[in-house]
Design a protein around this ligand. Structure first.
Ligand SMILES: [Zn+2]
Length: 460
């Protein structure tokens, strides 16, 4: 299969209703110079129960700009196993790179990954894992010992002759040194682990010959495994992975710009809070930070294709029993219970008085409100503020609406701050014009969060 036949996305757009998660495909994101012959390939999510790996790959794809050279990222290689939170529903993908039967359910995935790895412009491959415990060269205790994998940079051999960046041991030691300069705790120290795969004597070594990195090495590519410890919270694993990846880029002379300060708690904030999704050509926008488990009467278009745009390549929507569930890596964020309506595309914004100032509010956006808002009267509109009850009015245009007038449990977030304002055709009850969200007294946002939100809203 040629590279051209692969689905290549620079931004990820999904237009399919996925009935069965097992059809979830991986994404190949190409960043930087498209003509570069100095490409780093980063693979995340080869095993779905290793979130440090696929969350780091996701952040690398969304929160870094590559200014020289190129980085190709497959953040969600075994996407189905990520959603399922297991190692691999059809077996471990990282043991399928040697021999594989053509009727193996993962045959297609593996074949396509092999053809990516073989691309002549790729000069280095890094496969991201989370491993158990803490690798140590000598036995210290059960958790810290030679049989553990956590906090290590993995090589299959010290050198590959005649290959660019073939001095694997030296490079790996540089990664380790860089990580160790930035430890949260001494226990987290990194070490190089050489699996000596080419000698293939023990069972473990034989197992290693079936891995992605060993395949890469045998096709003339420098390749590394990178393991953060499963004993650490996910954001700390991601922190260590990003430190490692930045050093790999430095070594290759790949220039990048990071859009946030690399600190463990910032990484946590980004993973938990800078997450968004929009639906049906951005008609509806939902920030997913603190989202409620279920959102009822979600206005979807009757008879039309359901489309969505996630902020992360490890985010997707699966349909089951007529409901839509938003998944984000190993997390199930929310389930949308649809109400099917007719969509009307005439308007894409509406005039709203926000705290005394008239503004043109686009559908599919979020507006901050301090005291009140008031959708300007227009005979064409019927407005429904979800959770606002006023027996005198069926239509909420022209009313000053304050937070205390809205029933808290109707907020889309668990903190009672974000509410839906839905606009319908005044004459046709079931004709939906659009939705925007209001957020009462939002917390002051960090600079990197504002950038993330604006980039998401601006992107196609
Ligand atoms: Zn792994």
């Amino acid at each position: 299969m040629s590279l051209g036949m692969l689905r290549l996305f620079s931004i990820f757009i999904f237009g399919v209703t996925l009935l069965f998660g097992r059809h979830l495909d991986f994404t190949l994101i190409k960043k930087g110079d498209p003509n570069s012959t100095n490409v780093l390939l980063v693979v995340g999510g080869i095993q779905g129960d290793e979130p440090g790996g696929f969350m780091a790959a996701s952040l690398l794809s969304t929160h870094y700009k590559i200014e020289k050279g190129a980085v190709w990222i497959v953040p969600n290689f075994n996407f189905y196993s990520i959603i399922k939170r297991n190692r691999g529903p059809f077996g471990d993908l990282n043991r399928k790179f040697a021999k594989l039967k053509t009727n193996d359910p993962d045959f297609d995935l593996i074949t396509r990954m092999k053809s990516i790895i073989k691309n002549k412009n790729i000069k280095m491959v890094v496969n991201l894992h989370d491993g158990s415990g803490f690798y140590r060269t000598k036995y210290i205790d059960k958790l810290h010992q030679p049989l553990k994998w956590g906090q290590s940079s993995i090589i299959d051999q010290d050198n590959i002759k005649g290959v660019k960046y073939g001095n694997l041991k030296k490079i790996s030691d540089e990664i380790v040194a860089h990580v160790n300069k930035n430890l949260i705790k001494k226990e987290h120290e990194f070490r190089t682990k050489n699996t000596k795969t080419h000698i293939k004597r023990t069972f473990e070594e034989k197992e290693m010959s079936k891995t992605l990195t060993f395949y890469a090495i045998n096709h003339g590519k420098a390749a590394f495994g990178n393991e953060s410890s499963k004993s650490l919270p996910v954001h700390e694993r991601v922190y260590y992975k990003l430190l490692s990846l930045e050093k790999f880029m430095d070594i290759m002379g790949i220039k990048y710009k990071r859009k946030f300060p690399l600190k463990p708690l910032v990484v946590k904030d980004i993973i938990d809070n800078d997450i968004f999704i929009s639906f049906n050509d951005k008609k509806i926008f939902i920030p997913l930070s603190g989202i409620r488990k279920k959102i009822n009467y979600f206005p979807l278009e009757k008879g039309a294709k359901f489309t969505f745009k996630p902020s992360s390549p490890v985010m997707t929507v699966l349909q089951k029993n007529g409901k839509y569930t938003v998944y984000y890596g190993n997390r199930k964020l929310t389930t949308l219970v649809p109400e099917y309506l007719k969509y009307d595309e005439t308007d894409n914004s509406i005039k709203v008085n926000i705290d005394g100032k008239i503004r043109d509010v686009r559908f599919g956006t979020l507006v901050s409100v301090k005291n009140y808002f008031n959708v300007r009267p227009d005979s064409r509109y019927r407005v429904n503020v979800i959770g606002y009850v006023n027996k005198k009015h069926k239509n909420e245009v022209g009313l000053n609406i304050r937070k205390k007038q809205i029933i808290r449990r109707y907020s889309i977030d668990k903190y009672g701050k974000r509410y839906r304002v839905e606009v319908y055709d005044a004459k046709f009850k079931k004709k939906f014009l659009g939705m925007f969200l209001i957020e009462f007294n939002p917390k002051k946002k960090k600079a990197y969060s504002i950038v993330a939100l604006n980039n998401f809203l601006k992107s196609k």
